[in-house]
Design a protein around this ligand. Structure first.
Ligand code: URP
Ligand code: ZN
Ligand code: ZN
Length: 463
């Protein structure tokens, strides 16, 4: 199939320019002005539209057992919802349970995705313990294209690992070229604060935020970067939520260290006030790190603009309010941590970033697609529109108006964190490796068409 996308404005991380895009099968073959219509099997009119590389969400949790339950989107519903929002690639997390081999976790997550994913996906590996064999497992994962590992400095007794384990893992990535992704919060200190709050009868959702101070995030970010500096490797801080933590990343980057960080729409657009909602509604906003006070989001936007932050991901980890968040009524520590967002990332960042003049159009593409691809070993196959790249393309209507709501979204979850948010700018057509999987509000994707992506190591060297 030969497809010509005609008369649009192509946007990459470098520039935005009028051009046509020629696709053959799964691959972009040419990007140039006025390409001839002859020989095209299909011509897609993109006049008045932006032609963007498909979104890449490097932080999702589909079908993940967590907090006594399992995240409500699986690889079928989650990848379809992603496509509705213009995301054509995601990277999810497999979890190596303590005492088990990483290979088992990889097999488990491949099974979860197999026959279900409708867009391409990669996997990171969450490391929960690291005996000698674990270090060899890390190399084996890199061979399989799982070229990044997440470690937790929080959730003691569940996912948290100590500094020695973190340092060992980092040293291994100096050899195998993988990237360490860090959940940076001081879990031990937070645990003490949490236990005291519960003993004082402070049990509502707001105490989730009040027991996880921004300083505990900043301290852990500082420590993660220091450990990476000693090991001589890059480090990627996930879901950064506060000005305090951002300052640590900025200072490290000013010193020339390869420290990278992502933030998420919820930290840019919501505050801890949401956790005070009555009737346990605040539980909808319980995720970790927590929402912060109102002075933090403007600093994060500024960080995105100045490249102190490099990526916007979602940390999509949905739990239904009725059956799942309920588990923590009467004890905020039992509320499953996580919130939904895979569908709304591009809409929210385009509207609140580009339309509001906070970031440029090219920076938008860089944050939601190009840098994620570069850092995580997918570039230039993904993350740009250029000859030889996969034809993962979003035709974006900058004038389309949309109101975000659980009543109309495609995520399998009974609420939206952004209920009632009005956005201008939305997808019109989504290509995944040359297939039109969404067009004009009609979904054409197929479960099982999404492929596992073997990612290259040393992605961090690109950025
Ligand atoms: O609350 C969150 N973020 N849940 C997902 C797990 C994690 O820490 O990313
Ligand atoms: Zn995390
Ligand atoms: Zn997460």
């Amino acid at each position: 199939m030969k497809t010509l996308i005609k008369d649009g404005t192509v946007v990459t991380a470098q520039r935005s320019f009028p051009a046509d895009v020629w696709i053959e099968g799964e691959t972009v073959r040419d990007v140039a002005p006025s390409l001839p219509r002859e020989n095209a099997d299909r011509v897609v009119d993109a006049a008045g539209m932006l032609v963007l590389p498909g979104g890449i969400d490097v932080h999702t949790h589909l079908d993940m057992p967590f907090g006594g339950t399992t995240s409500s989107d699986d690889f079928a519903t989650g990848t379809e919802a992603a496509a509705w929002g213009g995301t054509t690639t995601l990277i999810d997390f497999a979890i190596q349970a303590k005492g088990t081999r990483m290979r088992d976790a990889l097999d488990t997550w491949w099974k979860k995705a197999d026959g279900k994913a409708s867009i391409d996906y990669g996997l990171h590996m969450i490391v929960t313990d690291l005996p000698e064999a674990g270090l060899e497992d890390m190399d084996a994962m890199v061979e399989e294209g799982v070229a990044s590992f997440k470690l937790f400095m929080a959730y003691p007794g569940v996912l948290m690992v100590d500094d020695a384990t973190i340092f060992q893992a980092m040293r291994r990535t100096a050899k195998n070229g993988a990237l360490i992704c860090m959940h940076a919060e001081n879990g031990g200190v937070i645990d003490v604060i949490v236990r005291r709050a519960l003993a004082e009868g402070k049990t509502g959702p707001i105490y989730h935020a009040l027991t996880r101070p921004a300083t505990a995030e900043a301290e852990a970010v500082h420590r993660a970067i220091a450990l990476a500096e000693i090991a001589g490797v890059p480090v990627y801080i996930v879901h950064l939520s506060s000005e305090d933590a951002l300052n640590q990343v900025r200072e490290a980057r000013d010193r020339g260290l390869p420290a990278f960080a992502e933030t998420c729409p919820q930290y840019l657009l919501l505050t801890e006030k949401e956790l005070e909602r009555p009737d346990f509604d605040g539980a909808k906003y319980v995720f970790t790190p927590p929402l912060r006070e109102a002075h933090h989001p403007p600093k994060l936007w500024d960080g995105l603009r100045r490249d102190h932050l490099q990526v916007v991901s979602t940390d999509h980890c949905p739990f239904c309010f009725k059956e799942q968040k309920e588990l923590g009524r009467g004890d905020f520590t039992k509320i499953p941590n996580g919130g939904p967002g895979i569908e709304n990332r591009l809409q929210l960042i385009y509207h609140h970033g580009v339309n509001q003049g906070r970031i440029s159009l090219t920076r938008f593409v860089e944050l939601v697609s190009t840098t994620p691809a570069k850092l995580f070993g997918l570039y230039p196959r993904k993350g740009t529109i250029a000859a030889g790249s996969d034809a993962d393309i979003v035709i974006w209507d900058p004038k389309a108006e949309h109101k975000i709501s659980a009543a109309t979204h495609h995520m399998r979850v009974d609420y939206s964190m952004f209920e009632g948010f009005a956005v201008k700018g939305n997808v019109r057509t989504v290509f995944s490796r040359g297939d039109v999987i969404l067009d004009g509000g009609v979904y054409h994707g197929r479960q099982g068409r999404g492929r596992f992506l073997k990612r290259a190591a040393r992605g961090g060297a690109w950025a």
